[in-house]
Design a binder for this molecule. Sequence first.
Ligand code: ZN
Ligand code: ZN
Length: 171
Amino acid sequence: MLIIDLRRLNEAPVEVDGEIASDDPLWSESGLELASPLVVRARADGSASRGVWVRGQMSARVRSACRRCLENLELDVSEGFAVLFDATTSEDEGDLELYGFDPRSEELDLRVPLAERMMLVVPSYALCRESCAGLCDRCGANLNEGDCGCPPASSDSRWGPLQDLRSKTRE
Ligand SMILES: [Zn+2]
Ligand SMILES: [Zn+2]
């Protein structure tokens, strides 16, 4: 369950162990496509009056696209997270790790904060490989498949003499 019972939490820290299914409607709004459920293991600490810390690990297999060459790929994403629910914060303050909640409520739903955290970290994972050459910024060819034949990208005249020198030494 990714919903914390606040009455239980008032007595002792609560272990959180749950999943968000890959076809959960939550993901359709996030723009993320999951190839596996999001699995969460965490521990919640605190109380409704003082605020609630949730710290743990989440992992999922995600369908994405390489941020350099745009090829489709699947990523194993595994991230530690720490979220603070602060009863004195009435609104989310743009800081994704800090959430407000109503101290009179009986439970705390972790699903939206975790989905948001996932949206934030996935792009930084999205590389088909470390050495991905990306796309040619002139013709758009995938440079991993070979040289597209476009002339060197630099049209900056300061580099002109250097380029002449380079092409001479290459001959
Ligand atoms: Zn790539
Ligand atoms: Zn090109």
